[in-house]
Design a protein around this ligand. Structure first.
Ligand code: GLU
Length: 516
């Protein structure tokens, strides 16, 4: 490694929403850049105009911002290497492709689609396993290696369509030391003469990527495993362009796998499983197809980043909850796994729960106001605060607080039959009736602590052990056998409502006992 300041880039293609794997790539780049006191670049790789999707770039920016991934240089921020959108750098790439042609390391190829198809068929008929445009087949094709210089010149001047292909020399060994995978060694005969410049004058991904990484002074290329097969070609391009001494280090990140660990995670898995794999909701501008987003599903940005950071990396300790600063200081390539990482949404839910617990109640209260309103529940700020206090530790998502609190607004219509059978008996009815009478007579502050004292005193006087009737009491108040702190529930409900619910339970359930 050289001692240049670290410069990394996240280089997405705006072909749709950024998927969890892409977000994780951006995150690891960011963590490493910040840890090393380096720079994080965002480069939009939009040279494939057929795959360009409007809105995708804006989506990427919004997703990174939501997650707290800060960009130092990019289309929005500008920087010394602007523009940071490849389509705006188009002219720059041709120069390098032409230079390679001049130096005999690339060539013009005029083959039509039909000619290429014909070559493929011929090779297949000859039982060639992997058909490639390479050191052997190029000799039979229409290119500046087989045509005379005059003919080539004439074709170029007449405006005939052509591409520039890299002339891969046979018998070269290509090796590089991946920061995650160790030494990767490939023989150049396995690499085909890749197109560098397309017939529309646009560079291919390979050329644009290498030229830009070089010009932008990138020191580390951190990207998904799907690019590992292209890396040897990239190493060769650095070599041919004479840039090998400043070639960046590579780190190819493990794939994200389906929840069951079998195969690559896809949008279909997300649709089937009903969980998000995209940071933000996305509506396809052509098909109108919607994809769920972590943000819209109610995941907190910190929890989402924490979850994604641990897909393929761990600190080597028991620690799982990491703030962004902690991630920055703990991250290391040594602890990034080679094997794919299983995408387990339950884990994401767990992280969200942990982050929700740490969130200030007042923040949750603000978020809940519109949610209660939309559910048609008329409730004031301090009541919401009480409910947050009651339920915060029991839910994974803020929105669940609304659904979990509905029992506070509606007296039970049904009672959990298992609990009725096990706990609703003579003694319970006596206890509950006694407590109800005590409540009616009670004149103090109706707060959890005092309610508990009253209950305990009442049970003492009746000679009933509190533990024996607590579940029946909860059943009478909420209809269920388990739930959050019953004393706080009663405080929130208020004396009148509790008395009503107790009376109603005694009437309805005792009728049931008689029937039985
Ligand atoms: N544009 C490529 C992508 O969409 C970038 C790959 C790389 O980082 O080299 O993933």
């Amino acid at each position: 490694m050289n001692n240049q300041p670290v410069r990394v880039r996240f280089a997405p293609s705006p072909t749709g929403p950024l998927h969890a794997g892409g977000v994780r790539t951006a995150l690891y780049n960011y963590l490493f850049a910040r840890q090393q006191g380096g720079q994080m670049l965002l480069r939009i790789e939009d040279t494939d105009q057929n795959r360009y999707v409007p809105g995708a770039e804006a989506y990427i920016l919004e997703a990174l911002e939501w997650l707290g991934i800060q960009i130092d240089e990019g289309p929005q921020q500008g920087g010394p290497h602007a523009p940071y959108r490849q389509s705006e750098r188009k002219e720059m790439y041709r120069e390098y492709a032409e230079r390679l042609v001049q130096e005999g390391k690339a060539y013009y190829a005029f083959d039509t689609t039909e000619q290429l198809d014909e070559m493929r068929k011929r090779m297949e008929a000859a039982k060639v396993a992997a058909v490639q445009y390479n050191a052997i087949t190029r000799l039979e094709m229409t290119n500046s290696l087989t045509l005379s210089p005059e003919e080539t010149k004439a074709r170029l001047e007449s405006g005939e369509a052509y591409v520039i292909r890299m002339k891969i020399m046979p018998k070269e060994e290509v090796r590089f030391n991946d920061l995650i995978r160790g030494w990767v060694v490939v023989h150049s005969s396995q690499i085909d003469d890749k197109v560098l410049l397309k017939s529309d004058g646009m560079p291919t991904y390979h050329l644009a990527n290498i030229v830009d990484d070089h010009l932008m002074g990138i020191t580390h290329v951190i990207r998904g495993e799907e690019w590992l097969p292209s890396a040897p070609l990239h190493v060769l391009l650095y070599r041919y362009l004479g840039w090998e001494s400043t070639m960046p280090q590579f780190a190819h990140l493990p794939l994200l796998l389906k929840p069951d660990g079998n195969g690559k995670l896809s949008k279909r898995d997300a649709d089937l499983g009903g969980f998000p794999i995209f940071p933000l909701e996305w509506t396809d501008p052509v098909t109108g197809d919607k994809a769920r987003g972590f943000r819209e599903e109610g995941y907190l940005p910190g929890a989402t980043a924490n979850f994604l950071a641990l897909l393929g990396w761990n600190a080597g300790t028991e620690q799982e909850i990491f703030s962004m600063d902690e991630l920055i200081s703990s991250f290391s390539f040594e602890r990034v796994h080679k094997a794919g990482a299983r995408f387990d949404i339950q884990k994401a839910n767990w992280f969200n729960q942990q982050y929700l617990k740490q969130l200030d109640d007042s923040v949750i209260v603000e978020e809940l106001k519109p949610l209660f309103k939309n559910s048609g529940i008329d409730i004031n700020q301090s009541q919401i605060a009480q409910i947050v206090h009651l339920l915060k530790d029991r839910v994974h998502f803020t929105k669940e607080i609304v659904s979990e609190s509905l029992f506070l607004f509606h007296a039970p219509e049904v009672y959990d039959q298992d609990v009725v059978i096990k706990k609703w008996n003579e003694e319970a009815v006596n206890a509950i009736s006694g407590f109800k009478d005590a409540l009616v007579a009670f004149e103090g502050d109706f707060v959890a602590h005092d309610i508990k004292e009253l209950l305990s005193a009442t049970m003492d006087s009746l000679g009933i052990k509190m533990g024996k009737i607590m579940q029946a009491l909860r059943l009478a108040v909420t209809g269920a056998g388990a739930g959050p702190d019953l004393m706080i529930i009663m405080e929130i409900l208020g004396k009148e409502e509790v008395v009503k619910r107790l009376e109603s339970a005694v009437n309805r359930l005792s009728a049931q006992i008689r029937l039985a």
